[in-house]
Write a protein of this length. Structure first.
Length: 273
């Protein structure tokens, strides 16, 4: 049975960037929608296709044909960072979450975030640190080591105090989305389409600007499972991440970021409805 259309402003928007995800995405979309069926609030799911070369778009359209909570945006292949940006700015929810297509962090972990929005945090990010020995499931030792070394550099150069900038599970108020994302300069699509999959440091740029502009950011431990089909290239992507962190500092040093005060945020915490 086809569902009724959702309201103009749902409580939650879930943005999922996708690149060649015809196999993993359909069952994961089903999991997301089944979770939302159990919640008291209205929500939308926005899949941003990053120029996939497989049948990702067709598969998402099939789901969207039966469920108006799902919509798809088709980009050229500009990379994950630009796909996330596109979806976040198109979202209508009071709270906007972006999540990886593989659901390495289960969608129900969003429930850990809601209390902090009620405490007037602007941005709540998932962290693969601080949750105990069983938090990171199935992760190879070398990947964990890479992550810790990278984070030490990130804390030194850009975002002190944040233990995990790269977990693909972050949420923020809609006002913060529309203030921060237009300020991003790295991977903003201005250099045209890219080749292959890309792991980038846009999360670092986003959090750096958020802290510089005075947004309240909360890091919350979440469950995370390593995906065996991970598209991370340890050497190439490690260099790209480090280069992006240096670019954030360089852009800031040269005054390339718009650092005017943030837009006025609501004094009232969002309430699920």
């Amino acid at each position: 049975m086809r569902r009724q259309p959702i309201s103009e402003q749902p409580f939650l928007s879930i943005v999922i960037p996708a690149y060649n995800e015809e196999r993993r995405l359909p069952p994961n979309l089903k999991r997301v929608l089944e979770y939302l069926d159990t919640q008291p609030f209205e929500a939308e799911v926005i899949v941003v296709d990053d120029g996939s070369e497989d049948r990702t778009v067709q598969r998402v359209r099939e789901v969207a044909a039966d469920d108006p909570r799902v919509r798809i945006i088709e980009n050229e292949h500009y990379g994950k960072a630009y796909a996330v940006r596109t979806g976040m700015l198109a979202a209508r929810g009071e709270i906007v979450l972006f999540s990886d297509a593989d659901l390495s962090t289960p969608i129900h972990e969003i429930e850990r975030f809601f209390p902090y929005f009620e405490q007037n945090y602007d941005i709540v990010i998932g962290s693969r640190e601080g949750g105990g020995p069983n938090q990171r499931v199935g992760e190879p030792f070398y990947r964990h080591l890479m992550g810790r070394v990278f984070n030490l550099l990130v804390q030194l150069l850009a975002v002190p105090g944040i233990r995990d900038t790269q977990c693909g599970f972050k949420a923020m108020r809609r006002e913060a989305v529309h203030d921060l994302f237009p300020r991003l300069r790295i991977h903003d699509g201005s250099k045209g389409p890219v080749k292959g999959s890309m792991v980038t440091g846009f999360d670092v740029e986003l959090l750096f600007l958020a802290l510089q502009l005075g947004y309240k950011v909360k890091e919350v431990p979440v469950e995370w499972r390593y995906g065996r089909e991970s598209k991370v290239n340890p050497l190439i992507d490690s260099w790209r991440l480090f280069r992006d962190v240096l670019m954030v500092r360089w852009n800031h040093l040269l005054g390339r970021y718009d650092m005017r005060p943030k837009a006025a945020a609501s004094n009232h915490p969002p309430t699920a409805h």
